[in-house]
Design a protein around this ligand. Structure first.
Ligand SMILES: NC(=O)NC(NC(N)=O)C(=O)[O-]
Length: 361
């Protein structure tokens, strides 16, 4: 029913892998992305577009409208009375990004839409403080491009502007399982008051997990997602080691900042929480270009000058652990990256690293 299928290969597979390593999905519902409106979702709801995973197909599942589909699917309008020209006919969906940002690429995933995928898509974006309306000026980021049925369709975008909303158009009609908007979070620091303690690791503030020793069970960015983990899958879990370890994860902080309060949450990890953990920090540079180059340089990341922030400390099952007094570094010390090590292995649901945004000490 749901076997792995249509694996990408060639340059598109490379692009997909690169996006997942280098960027985050700005539109995902987990970070607050929202489908605001669409022209038609007769067969399947637009909200599915931003859900986790690639969507499933259940052979014998039908609704009173037709086949149940895990995606956004409009009714057939092509070649029907009242339809406009087949060339210009399209269905549309407007998405508010969970995090405003610079868009680096899209994945238009038509997984399981075999006989009912659209023929082509156009993607536009805008920057809007409120809800987009008739006066909104949409910028075309992807001009009309054919998409394959039942497949990921991965495209790179070269545009340095910051956007808040995206409009996905599908020609002439059809269904799309998932829609990913890969990019870099653009934080407006005016949203914080001077001296506020900010979770500098949070994905919402621009933190990003760059490199992990092991991602066997779950994604590296789960550790810095908003809210508490929903279940054990919603955390960072490594496979069972047969040596002392540790496993580790390197996170690029949202900005150069102090580390004043740390929260390690082992929520849902009951038989597989790490015995102990430690936290280190490094200060790469105050040059954003140098920090950007590190994203794709595992050796350079590992070779940073790592300073202990919290020494090896005991953890417990399914619990939030707060550390303030245990922090070994002064508040004046600024870090750009942190490394969480877990001994010997196991799962951690969330890591929060609270500090103040500051210039290099
Ligand atoms: N078998 C189908 O999927 N048919 C229709 N779609 C749904 N969801 O029923 C259609 O016309 O595309």
């Amino acid at each position: 029913m749901n076997q792995a299928q249509n694996l990408l290969h060639g340059p598109e597979a490379e692009l997909d892998a690169q996006f997942k390593v280098r960027w985050v999905d700005l539109a995902s519902e987990r970070v607050g992305g929202e489908t605001l409106a669409c022209s038609d979702d007769f067969f399947a709801e637009m909200e599915n577009l931003l859900k986790a995973g690639r969507g499933v197909f259940i052979d014998d599942k039908f609704t009173e409208r037709g086949k149940w589909m895990d995606g956004w699917e409009s009714r057939r309008s092509y070649g029907r009375p009242g339809a406009r020209s087949p060339e210009t006919d399209f269905d549309w969906c407007i998405i508010r990004l969970g995090m405003a940002g610079v868009i680096r690429g899209f994945d238009i995933d038509t997984n399981y839409f075999r006989g009912n995928a659209p023929q082509a898509v156009v993607i536009e974006a805008c920057h809007s403080a409120g809800q987009p309306n008739a006066d909104t000026l949409w910028q075309t980021l992807l001009s009309k491009t054919d998409v394959r049925a039942h497949s990921q369709n991965v495209v790179a975008i070269d545009d340095e502007r910051v956007f808040t909303h995206v409009r996905l158009k599908m020609y002439p009609d059809g269904g799309i399982a998932r829609f990913r908007v890969y990019g870099e979070v653009a934080v407006d620091w005016h949203d914080f008051v001077d001296g506020e303690l900010i979770d500098l690791a949070s994905i919402k503030n621009g933190g990003q997990a760059l490199l992990v020793s092991d991602m066997f069970y779950s994604d590296k960015n789960n550790l810095i997602m908003p809210e508490r983990g929903k279940n054990m899958g919603d955390g960072w879990e490594t496979r069972r080691r047969r040596d002392p370890g540790p496993d580790w994860s390197i996170i690029q902080l949202a900005t150069l900042g102090s580390v004043e309060k740390v929260l390690v949450d082992t929520c849902h990890f009951k038989g597989n929480y790490p015995d102990t953990f430690s936290l280190e920090g490094a200060t790469a540079s105050d040059d954003p270009l140098a920090v950007a180059a590190l994203r794709t340089d595992p050796a350079a990341l590992q070779a940073l000058d790592w300073l202990p922030i919290i020494g090896q400390t005991k953890l417990y099952a399914h619990r939030e652990h707060l550390f303030i007094r245990e922090i070994l570094v002064p508040k004046e010390q600024a870090f750009s990256h942190i490394r969480l090590s877990i001994y010997p292995d196991g799962g951690v649901s969330r890591l929060r690293v609270f500090g103040k945004r500051q210039a290099l000490a």
